[in-house]
Design a protein around this ligand. Structure first.
Ligand code: TXA
Ligand code: MG
Length: 330
């Protein structure tokens, strides 16, 4: 199979045709690129799992192009859920609701709930609206690889496995959507993201946050190792320990790199150190982190990353970094 990257202007008709004929298409969103199929067509959805090499017990998110589509996918939507939807959709959030019978088991992995997301990215919205059906999609990477934030990342990883990639440039948010389970007694964050626990608490009064210590994973995806670069990665607890580790690994014969914000990199002092600048602040770092991991694994063979703490966006960035590093700190 030939894989091509096309603009929405050039590729929309073909993309819609592919979806209607039960095939898969890659499309950009503000978080990461998605690998989509008609959410009402179980056979089409199976092709996503095949192309990704993803275990079938990991459910997919259904992407919509209008709030009214929620009624095609979910039932018993509570007032609290409606408040979250009103506050944050379209945007980088996924709400877990009770599924309707129209949603096939391939999407939900047999759960009685469904994840719903309304992306704000104009290409995503145009594409999904033109398809006229919700689009089931995971991130457009092969299983266990880093999520793609550029069309070129998808091409590198999935070339030959998917016919069409819609070009949407670099993803603005850069990490996957916040997932909030609105069917839990207390709304529960299953995956932190750009919509922070503080923002959700403002709307809901209270929300159970993601503390990493949940033993029985409600999002089955949590039990798989995700977002891992192909080389080893560690978190440095201070600029000094980053430099110490750098020197140590260099002496081991490796070619390390430090991933951090501009300010942190300044604190490393002078000297001949490989660095990738994540930008000025947490928002920049969130947008750039996956791209930096892609670049780092291509050019270097040991990644040392800044600690972003456990509050606000920092907590969301650290969630991805901890998965990539297996929680290893130095
Ligand atoms: O930003 C995003 O959410 C991106 C873009 C493409 O929209 N999508 C994405 O999909 O990250 P994926 O499949 O890589 O991650 C979806 C996560 C998985 O961990 C899955 O287990 C969880 O959502 N999930 C999906 N449906 C669920 C459900 N009904 N209950 C609990 N977790 C669910
Ligand atoms: Mg993923």
């Amino acid at each position: 199979m030939q894989t091509k990257i096309v603009s929405i202007e050039q590729g929309l008709d073909e993309a819609v045709e592919l979806i209607k004929s039960g095939d898969i298409v890659v499309f950009p969103t503000e978080t990461v690129y998605g690998l989509g199929a008609n959410a009402f067509d179980g056979d089409a959805v199976r092709k996503i799992f095949e192309a990704k090499g993803r275990p079938m017990d990991n459910p997919l998110i259904a992407h919509i192009a209008d709030i009214s589509w929620i009624d095609r996918l979910a039932i018993d939507v509570s007032d609290e859920a409606k408040a979250v939807i009103k506050a944050f959709m379209p945007g980088p959030i996924t709400v877990i609701l009770k599924r309707s019978k129209a949603v096939p088991d391939e999407v939900t992995a047999g759960l009685d709930t469904v994840g719903i997301r309304f992306p704000i990215h104009t290409v995503a919205r145009q594409f999904i609206m033109a398809c006229g059906v919700p689009i089931a999609a995971p991130s457009a990477n092969t299983s266990t690889k880093i999520s793609p934030t550029r069309a070129e990342h998808v091409f590198e990883d999935m070339q030959g496995r998917v016919p069409l990639i819609l070009q949407g440039g670099a993803c603005e948010v850069g990490i996957e959507s916040t997932i909030v389970d609105m069917t839990a007694e207390v709304p529960t964050i299953l995956r932190p993201g750009a919509i922070t626990q503080e923002l959700l608490a403002n709307v809901l009064g209270k929300v159970k946050n993601f503390d990493g210590k949940i033993i029985v994973a409600k999002a089955p995806g949590m039990k798989y190792k995700h977002y891992a670069p192909s080389c080893e990665m560690v978190v440095a607890t201070s600029p000094k320990s980053a430099v110490d580790e750098y020197v140590r690994q260099k002496a081991n014969g490796l070619n390390p790199v430090v991933l951090a914000t501009s300010r942190y990199l300044k604190d490393l002092g002078k000297g001949d150190i490989n660095v990738i600048d994540l930008g000025a602040n947490d928002e920049d770092a969130m947008r750039n982190i996956y791209g930096a991991m892609h670049e780092a694994q291509d050019k270097y063979d040991y990644i040392i990353c800044q600690d972003f703490g456990n509050e606000g966006l920092g907590a969301s960035i650290m969630n991805r970094i901890n998965k990539a590093s297996g929680g290893k700190r130095i």
